[in-house]
Design a protein around this ligand. Sequence first.
Ligand code: HEM
Length: 225
Amino acid sequence: MEPEDVEPGDAIHPGRPVVVDRYRGAARINHWVTATCLILLAISGLSLFHPSLFFLTALFGGGQVTRAIHPWIGVVLFFSFAGLFFRFWRANLPTRTDAVWLSQASDLLAGHEERMPEVGKYNAGQKFIFWSMTVLILILIASGLLIWEQYFTWVTTIPQNRVLVLTHSLAAVVIICVWIIHVYAAFWVRGTLRAMVKGNVTGGWAWRHHRRWLRELVSVRKVSP
Ligand code: HEM
C-alpha cells in the first residue's frame, strides 16, 4: 500500500449508496480556473498565431485587447496550475506498478481493464499527462515572459526572440494535444467527470479503475460514520 495515494478530501461514506470523495471544493475550483485559463489562452493564442484565425480576437474585444490580455491570462494559469501541482504532485509520483500498467496498456484499450494491475489514485497515463502539463507550462511561462514586448524584450536579442517565439508556439501546440487527451479520457472513462464536478465518484468506479486507492482509503479508516 502507498499512503501517498490518499489525500485530504478522499473519504468513503458507507451509510448512503457507496460514494467516495475524490476532490474537495477548493481543489475543484482550482482545477476549473486552470481549465478556463487554458481554453482562453488557446483561443487567444491561436487568434494571434495565424491571420486566418484572427477573427477569433473578436471574442476578446479586438486584436489589441487580445494581445494585451493573453500574457496576463498566462500568468493566472501559471499560479493556478502551481496550486494544482502542489496539491497533486505526490500522488503523481511514478511507482513500479506504472511500468507494468504501461506494458499492458493494449489490454486496457481492448476493453480488458480487469487484466490490468490495481491502480492507486492515478494511473500511469494520468501521471504522464500531469508531468507533461507541468513541463509544458514551465516552458510556456518562461518563453512567454521573455517575448512579452511590453516588459521584457530588452532581455533578449532579436535572434533569441525568434527562437523563443518558436519554442512558445510549439509548446502551445503540444499542450493543446495533451489537453485534448486529458479531456477525452475524462469523458471516455464513464463516471470520471463527476469527480471534478461533484467531488465524488461511485464505489463501483473506484473499485473498477482505482482499486488500490479504494483499498488504501478503507485501510486508513477514512470512513465516515
Ligand atoms: C475543460 C477541460 C477539462 C476537463 C473536462 C477536465 C476534467 C478533469 C477530470 C474529470 C479530472 C478528474 C480525474 C480523476 O480524478 O481521475 C481532472 C483532473 C485533473 N485535471 Fe483536468 N480537465 C480539464 C482541463 C484541465 C486543464 C487545462 C488542466 C491543466 C492545465 C487540468 C489539470 C488537471 C489535473 C492536474 C488533474 C488531477 C489529476 C492528476 O493530478 O493527475 N485539467 N480533470
